[in-house]
Write a protein that binds this ligand. Structure first.
Ligand SMILES: Nc1ncnc2c1ncn2[C@@H]1O[C@H](COP(=O)(O)OP(=O)(O)OP(=O)(O)O)[C@@H](O)[C@H]1O
Ligand SMILES: [Mg+2]
Length: 87
């Protein structure tokens, strides 16, 4: 089944980008799909919500893909939900 990409972005703060991203991921996972969430927001609220533990390593983030051209698949982490993965 082909992957679909949803980009949830808005320059304005507090318009539910994070909330929608988490709920979309959980909704897809709940229907048996696998979701890869890519958190590009510097405050990492989506990551905190989905991983639910302190991430000690600050390397292997989306920064590495954008700046150092690291392949995205090397940066994927599991989350507390078995069908949701995150960069
Ligand atoms: N359906 C909803 N109705 C009312 N408030 C909501 C709803 N969904 C989320 N909110 C609230 O809106 C606020 C902003 O949501 P959220 O953090 O997802 O926005 P954001 O666009 O990611 O913000 P930021 O720009 O700071 O990253 C939060 O306080 C959240 O609880
Ligand atoms: Mg946010």
């Amino acid at each position: 089944m082909a992957a679909r990409v949803f980009a949830l972005c808005n320059n304005k703060g507090g318009v539910t980008k994070t909330t929608t991203t988490i709920n979309l991921g959980r909704g897809l996972a709940g229907k048996g799909r696998r979701a890869l969430v890519i958190d590009t927001a510097a405050q990492r609220n989506t990551t905190w919500s989905l991983v639910q533990k302190v991430l000690k390593a600050q390397k292997n983030t989306i920064y590495e893909a954008c700046i150092h051209k690291r392949p995205l698949h090397e940066l994927i982490r599991p989350t507390s939900d078995s069908n949701i993965f995150i960069v």
